[in-house]
Structures are given as C-alpha cells and as structure tokens.
Design a protein around this ligand. Structure first.
Ligand code: 13P
Ligand code: SF4
Length: 354
C-alpha cells in the first residue's frame, strides 16, 4: 500500500546508503508517497535547472515523466546517469508530435515559402527529437513559466512562430501576453494533408500552433469555472496555461505549477481558491494550507490524476533506489549524442532567456 511503513523504511535506507551519489528530483504532480523522498521539487523549468546544477551526483532519479528525464540527461554530464523509476511514465501530449510529423510540417512551411521566417518554439513537454529539431532550426524550448519570454525572443529572431506541441499554451501565451488575436493563430493538424491549412492561411498567420493538448488540463471547461463561482462566492480561479483558452480567459490567475504554489503561499487567510491543475498537487496544497484558513478546492471533480505521472509510485521508487544501491543501473534514460547536441542548443537558449 502507498503508506506501507516497510516500503517507506526501505526507500529511506536505500537512499541513505547511496548518500551524495543520488539526487532525487520530484515534479509537483508526483504522489505524496514519492514527493517525501525528493531532494528538490519543482515545475519543469526549475527541475531542468536543478538537474544541471548537481554535477557531483552519479545518479539523477527523476520522479516525473519521460521528457523531463530526457531533458535532464541532455543537461547533465556524460558520466551522470538519469533514471526514470517507471519507463512507462510518458506524456500523452509529448507523444502528439513525432519527429516524422514535424519534419513533414517543415516541408509544408517550406513549400508555402515561409520556412525562413518561422522560428520553432517547443514546449518542454516534447521528445528529445522534437527538441533537436527545434535547436537545428534556430528555435528555443519553453516551459509554462517562461513561454512569454520565449515568444518575445522568438519574434526578435523571425516573423512567425511554430509552437509545438501544446496548442493551448501557445494560444494562451500569444493572446494573453503578446497582444495577438485568435485570428493571428492557425492550427496545424498533423493528421491532415498540409496540416489542414492552405498556403495563404500559413502566410497570414503569426502563430502556427501544433494540434496537441494535455489530456488532463484539456478536461477543465468553462462550465467548471462558472459552477465554482456560483458555488463559492468570492472564489479566486487559478489555472495552468495548458487549459483551453476559454478556461484561461475566464480565470483570475494563470501560471505554472510553481506559480500556483507561490500564489497560494502569498494568499491571505480566509481566501478561497479553485485550482485547475493536476489532482495530486491540488490535494497536497489543500491539505497544506487548510490550517492557515485558506480554502482550496479542485476546479472540476470529473478531472483526475495524470495517469502517467502517477505511474511513479513508492514500490517503483524503492525498487529503483535499492537497485542503484546494489550497483544495478536500471531504467536509464539516455539520449543519443547527435540528438543531444541539437536538443541541448535549444534547451540552452531557454536557460539563457532573460
Ligand atoms: P509545469 O510544472 O512546468 O507547470 O508543467 C506542468 C506539466 O504538465 C508537466 O507535465
Ligand atoms: Fe503530460 Fe498533461 Fe501529464 Fe503533464 S499533466 S505529463 S502535459 S499528460
């Protein structure tokens, strides 16, 4: 069971045996039973930076999803090993853009005569292949906490942006932060010939949004915002920018997981909050801030955990730490050298954003 004291003790003992050789990173969407063993917790941006700042750790155990572990491998030294406790912890959004599809998209942009004006900006939630494509074509990576800065940078480099793979983060940032309109954005559908767009539509667009989304955040609806405002007068609605544009437009505050935590830390006692992001995090925050008199509810009860984030559980973490402590390197995530070189270029552009 999750709170099995025997497993807790085994995880503690294995971690103690490994000492400074292991560094455990935990994304905010991880289960409590896992988070308790994280040396640092953070949003995707903070974790990428923290992973790179631990050159002395031989093993980086990444409690998060596959693309995060890949990014950590890209940003850490060759002798450091990044380990994902369950190899099935992927991300459905990252899977929505494959290298083949993106190469085909670039051909479509080239045929429309606009490829030279286009700067790719890829969300962290993408495979190392997509990050390498981005680096190769002069683009940058972004996360939900620096998407605005990434777009500002990109529009200094070129006239148009190809935003991969989360249409919602791309659209929300363009409209909320960059003064663009919905008409400045077009949706590229990788399952249709030419992305389902004419060359004229591509030439007129400023933002070419890839048709990807998060299966968790995509389920929050405008109705859930209206319902919670009716149910809880005076409630502050705070959502993640992976939510649909209409949800973000109806919310009071929008930001990354780290932003959400900071906002609640700063919130006055007696304030009420409805949060639109993954359930493990919302529950943890509700429990943490209840004693301070802050009422925190989940924006929509029909939305559930991120199933892939949840694959990392205490049994997987125990198995991973015990294996490493016994000298067995398990579940290593290793990006090949060529992909790594270009992906690193894109990630370093992100880390260099002002
Ligand atoms: P952040 O932690 O960067 O807000 O990202 C959320 C997310 O969906 C990670 O998969
Ligand atoms: Fe991917 Fe969404 Fe899960 Fe984040 S919450 S890992 S974007 S499916």
């Amino acid at each position: 069971s999750p709170s099995d004291p025997d497993l807790v003790e085994r995880a503690r003992a294995a971690k103690e045996k490994l000492g400074d050789k292991v560094f455990v990173l935990g994304h905010h969407y991880q289960r409590d039973e896992v988070i308790q063993f994280a040396d640092v917790t953070g949003d995707s941006f903070k974790l990428a930076r923290d992973a790179a700042a631990r050159p002395e750790a031989e093993y980086i155990v990444f409690c998060g999803v596959h693309f995060m572990a890949e990014s950590a491998d890209i940003l850490t030294g060759d002798d450091q090993k990044v380990v994902l406790p369950d190899l099935a912890a992927g991300c459905s959004m990252a899977d929505m853009a494959t290298a083949e599809q993106v190469a085909e998209c670039w051909d479509v942009l080239t045929e429309a005569g606009i490829a030279e004006q286009v700067v790719p900006v890829s969300y962290m939630n993408s495979s190392a292949d997509i990050k390498a494509f981005t680096g190769k074509h002069g683009g940058t990576i972004c996360t939900s906490s620096n998407a605005k800065k990434a777009l500002e940078w990109a529009f200094e480099q070129g006239e148009k942006v190809l935003f991969l793979p989360d249409q919602h983060l791309g659209r929300n940032t363009a409209v909320r932060d960059m003064g663009m309109t919905l008409e400045d954005c077009v949706l590229y559908n990788p399952h249709k010939p030419n992305g389902g767009l004419t060359a004229e539509e591509l030439r007129a667009a400023k933002m070419i949004l890839w048709r990807g989304h998060c299966s968790v955040h995509g389920r929050f609806s405008l109705e859930s915002v209206r319902d919670v405002r009716e149910r809880i007068p005076g409630v502050n609605v705070l959502v993640h920018p992976e939510c649909k544009h209409e949800v973000v437009a109806a919310a009071d505050y929008v930001g990354s997981t780290e932003y959400i935590i900071k906002a609640l830390e700063a919130a006055p006692a007696g304030s009420k909050w409805a949060i639109g992001t993954e359930l493990n995090l919302v529950r943890r925050l509700a429990n943490r801030f209840a004693p301070e008199g802050k009422e925190i509810v989940f924006l929509d009860k029909t939305v559930c955990f991120c199933s892939t984030m949840n694959r990392i559980d205490l049994p997987h973490l125990v198995w991973t730490l015990e294996s490493l402590a016994e000298g067995n390197l398990v579940n290593r995530i290793e990006v090949d050298k060529e992909t790594e070189a270009f992906a690193k270029l894109a990630l370093e552009r992100m880390l260099a954003l002002p």
